[in-house]
Design a protein around this ligand. Sequence first.
Ligand code: FE
Ligand code: FE
Ligand code: MG
Length: 163
Amino acid sequence: MGTKGREIVKMDVKEVVGLLNKALADEWLAVYQYWAGAKVAVGRMRGIVAKELEEHADEEKEHADKLVERIMQLGGTPILDPENWKKMANCVYDAPEDFDTRALLKQNIKGEQCAIAVYNKLLGIVEGKDPITAHLVLEILKDEVKHEEDLEAMLEDMKSKVE
Ligand code: FE
Ligand code: FE
Ligand code: MG
């Protein structure tokens, strides 16, 4: 990163990189959880739910891309070994066990709720200290809020339909 670009970060750059890497671990686990869920989904509205889960997997991957871009800009190194994903993540990886679409939706809603809490906390840490990271975190937070809403709406739709 450029000299001035680094100068405007009013907190320990290494600390920012560490926080971004933890979020990166979460994103990779989220990509995989959605991707796996889309593959095994069975039951009501299977096609629609699987498509939404796939879409979210892609969006979590975009989050990973954005986080890595900022990590590199700050002179850091992104996590390179998947072994560190579970070790460093803020949220748990919840392997799909019940393949029913409703169970998958509930499971991923929990994941989104963890993501929202993590990014909201992260925003509080970098706000006013690292504007570029704060902007990035806010962008991702907006997506996670939308993800939760999408999945909750889908679950709600299923309730209102006849068995
Ligand atoms: Fe995400
Ligand atoms: Fe998400
Ligand atoms: Mg969506």
